[in-house]
Write a protein that binds this ligand. Structure first.
Ligand SMILES: [Zn+2]
Length: 216
């Protein structure tokens, strides 16, 4: 087996656990599928800039570990099943009229260390599959910030203040934007990004994540 095939599962392998099975549903084996809790939920994150905030899966222990691997252990290939789940979420929650897909950016230094931005991988796949344009590198994270989950509520709000930037407002002007992230912790990241997008002329922002650790 080559090094590359170790990193990237082949077509008979589950993209979440790498078990070999001919019975895959959107890259996921029956056992993993069973452990994912689909909720397709809409939540209120107290933001006047976001029209809707939705997520797909319950943040159970199984998913928490998967997301950790997806973000921090180099298992970037997990974007495929996760993006398929998000496409399903778009259909289930009747999200339509999206002009442009965007993703929550990470600081370029963080991306250089990680090798990828997991939210961008999700957004690219969804854009391709649904044939909706994607905006790349326009919304950027200009400030190096601490991980949101290491901070309390007040620190989280201050931490993100003025940390994002829109480089080209023309691209987003009058557009209905679907903004993608992997995880909602408090909703403040979605709020900050959406504030910036709306202030730079976007018509609407719908925020979508894979899951949410936020207490409703
Ligand atoms: Zn599996």
């Amino acid at each position: 087996m080559s090094f590359k095939s170790l990193l990237f599962p082949t077509k008979d392998l589950c993209f979440l656990c790498k078990d070999k099975t001919p019975f895959l549903t959107a890259f996921v084996c029956p056992e993993c599928l069973e452990r994912l809790e689909f909720v397709y939920r809409q939540v209120n994150i107290d933001s006047k800039y976001v029209t809707r905030t939705v997520y797909a899966l319950s943040y159970n222990r199984f998913l928490r570990e998967l997301i950790h691997d997806f973000k921090f252990n180099g298992k970037s290939y997990m974007y495929k099943p996760f993006a398929e789940i998000l496409i399903n979420t778009i259909k289930k929650l009747d999200i339509h009229g999206v002009d442009l897909i965007m993703y929550v950016p990470i600081h370029y230094r963080k991306e250089a260390i990680r090798g990828y931005n997991q939210s961008e991988l999700l957004a690219r796949y969804i854009s391709q599959k649904l044939n909706i344009p994607i905006s790349k590198g326009n919304l950027i994270k200009k400030k190096w910030t601490k991980e949101q989950n290491t901070l309390d509520r007040v620190q989280r709000l201050n931490n993100l203040r003025d940390s994002f930037n829109v480089k080209n407002p023309d691209e987003i002007k009058n557009k209905r934007i679907l903004l993608i992230d992997d995880l909602i912790t408090t909703g403040s990241t979605f709020n900050e990004c959406s504030k910036l997008l709306i202030e730079n002329g976007s018509k609407e922002v719908i925020a979508m994540a894979l899951t949410s650790s936020r207490i409703i």
